[in-house]
Ligand binder design. Structure first.
Ligand code: AVJ
Length: 319
């Protein structure tokens, strides 16, 4: 480790730590800059990336049952962690508005930009929905909301976003959410399910190379923001899936022995030929694992909704 370095950002520090570890790693959360967000939108539109379609199918097939389960005696507040473009949520919002449920929609995001765009699109498409954007981290926002929220809260976490977390971190995440919930509140969360290993590999290894570009955006970002000279073509995108643990893993593999200079970190990373950088996990689940995660977090599964092929499941949790 470097002795006396003052890191100017968490990105600098995490990058330094990850590339100084053995085996090397980078954190997937840093994929999502403007370019990464766009690439993820493209991924969601790919035929191989079945997750989006499955969750959409669930929302369409079970709209009224889901909407009914959300409602409370004095209406409810729908709080979405990581709303993105809100495509799937809009299916539900349209139904809730048409049926004149008493509710507000509160998308939470760290990026004000994402929130502004979402709010503008909702104003156009669903002007009758009351939207209160919440800029901030998930937990600061949940804490703030639990302090003054009088009526039922429904917390939405879609897209199997929890899959980027190791089980231990997923439990911390769920515990954190639980601490902001009252007994009447609900958590509605999507979990991608274990299925044919080939189907999963294909979703993270498309022939058009969109996932590769998405994964390599980490290197691109280090080049741009930390003044580095990664040659993206000298790294291979590699995906693995272990059907026993249900863990899909993404790697970038150095095809050659090489040195990469990261000027802002005043650091040179050495790569042996075929050395790896682990970049992301996308965990797959089954009912037993989700039940175990819930139990460890002090939550219980109340209900669940799945698609016709049972590729994906949305679970309803209570405290
Ligand atoms: C946004 C974390 C759910 O792991 O499936 C898509 C991100 N990575 N393709 C996932 C992702 C590669 C995605 N999540």
């Amino acid at each position: 480790m470097k002795p006396i370095t003052i890191f100017k950002s968490a990105f600098e520090e995490d990058t330094y730590k990850g590339l100084n570890s053995y085996p090397k790693y980078l954190l997937s959360k840093y994929i999502y800059d403007e370019k990464g967000d766009k690439l993820f939108q493209k991924i969601m539109d790919m035929p191989e990336y079945y997750l989006t379609e499955c969750e959409t199918e669930i929302f369409k097939a079970h709209t009224s049952a889901i909407a009914d389960s959300f409602n409370g005696p004095e209406g409810f507040d729908l709080i979405e962690l990581g709303a993105g473009d809100g495509k799937k949520t809009k299916i539900l919002l349209r139904h809730l508005a048409a049926k004149k449920y008493d509710f507000t929609y509160q998308p939470v995001d760290i990026s004000q930009n994402v929130l502004d765009e979402l709010k503008a699109s909702l104003l156009k498409e669903l002007p009758e929905v009351e939207v209160k954007t919440q800029q901030g981290t998930y937990f600061k926002t949940l804490e703030r909301l639990s302090d003054y929220n009088a009526r039922k809260k429904v917390i939405l976490v879609l897209g199997s976003n929890i899959g980027n977390l190791l089980h231990k971190d997923a439990i911390d995440f769920l515990k954190n959410i639980k601490s902001s919930m009252s007994t009447e509140d609900m958590l509605f969360m999507g979990f991608d399910q274990k299925k044919s290993p080939q189907k999963i590999l294909d979703a993270y290894n498309d022939p058009a190379g969109i996932t590769e570009a998405f994964n390599k955006n980490l290197l691109n970002r280090i080049n741009q923001e930390l003044d580095a000279d990664f040659n993206l073509d000298s790294f291979l995108h590699w995906e693995t899936y272990d059907p026993e643990t249900g863990t899909a893993k993404s790697f970038l593999v150095s095809k050659i022995q090489q040195e990469v200079n990261i000027k802002k970190l005043d650091f040179t990373a050495h790569f042996k030929a075929w050395e790896t950088i682990h970049t992301e996990i996308s965990q797959k689940y089954d009912d037993d694992v989700v039940d175990w995660l819930a139990g460890e977090s002090g939550l219980r599964i109340e209900n669940s909704f799945t698609d016709s092929e049972q590729f994906y499941k949305n679970y309803v949790f209570r405290k």
